[in-house]
Design a protein around this ligand. Sequence first.
Ligand SMILES: C[S@@+](CC[C@H](N)C(=O)[O-])C[C@H]1O[C@@H](n2cnc3c(N)ncnc32)[C@H](O)[C@@H]1O
Length: 344
Amino acid sequence: MLVSKATNRTVEIDASKVSLGSFYTTQSGWLTPEVIKFLEKALKESKGFLLDPFAGDGHLLDAVSKNKTLKNKVVKASGFDIQGTTWPINDSLLEIPNQEQAIIVTNPPYLANHSAKRKGVSSLVAKYFERSAQKNLYMIALENCLASADYVVAIIPETFLLSSFPKDRLELAVVIQAELFGDTDAPALVACFGNNERKAAHIFTGNQSIGQLNEILALRESTAPKQRIVFNDPLGRIGLRAVDGSDGKSPIEFLSAESFSYPANSVVVSSRLMTYLELPELSDSEITQVIKEANRTLNRIREASGDLVLAPFKGNDKAGRRRRRLDYALARRILNQAVKEIRK
Ligand SMILES: C[S@@+](CC[C@H](N)C(=O)[O-])C[C@H]1O[C@@H](n2cnc3c(N)ncnc32)[C@H](O)[C@@H]1O
């Protein structure tokens, strides 16, 4: 696959590995105290059966069956896979048989429909996307898991939290900071779903409680009047670094155009990471105040949400902190809010 047109750089794609999402969970860092508590309750309320419908080498079933708090409560652990000889063959992206009403513990394949096209593996997964409205294989897998079991513990991408996938059965979600997979550093989340609808899920990062999901998502909202904001304007008076730098010293920030070193002529309509923007109705002195206020709001909501209001971006920085990206919808709301504040 061509990854850089400018340098003609290519990387080799393992089509089978990509289409089957065969990235194994080699660490048990996902089994945090809160997840153990959830599984303990779920095992007690069910018959003690565990099922991984995307079982691979069986790492997840092993981790639960060997855990000192859980092992006595596991009566039987079984799995399915679409390949290999360890488990009965089942296409779990189509359906998951679960007559025993086992608790599902799984790490399904992740693959976005657009990535499948870009990586040239579309024909291998088209049949799943054709019969579902979901845009990623892990969401199709999750839909099937939730249809088949009362309790589901799934290791899925952290971006799930900001997605529109229904979260009414989500009880607990734990963001995992450590690397979980042997060969990919995709930021992961352990999502724990119960058997009935609930008002809000409790969110943790590792062992630290961050709050309720609805409170975290509310930090992204603003009722401030909408301003005219032109993004990707090379002549704009505000610079926006919309991603955390990899050096650990250049976080997401609104800056005055003069102090932003990014070349304005590199800005194009599709720019999403570094850009200039304009609020034509504001005076120069208001622009200066808005920049200050917008950074204050941004840092406040980053702090209050443990950074979960922002999508993860390409691994960790040099200081070991997960890099994040500010989407323009949220940038817009922050700027609207800033204008409201300075005009108070
Ligand atoms: C991400 S790996 C996870 C393996 C294991 N649960 C772990 O965490 O180590 C995904 C597994 O799902 C299997 N798989 C992919 N597509 C499948 C499908 N449609 N039905 C069943 N298994 C599938 C792959 O073969 C692979 O073993």
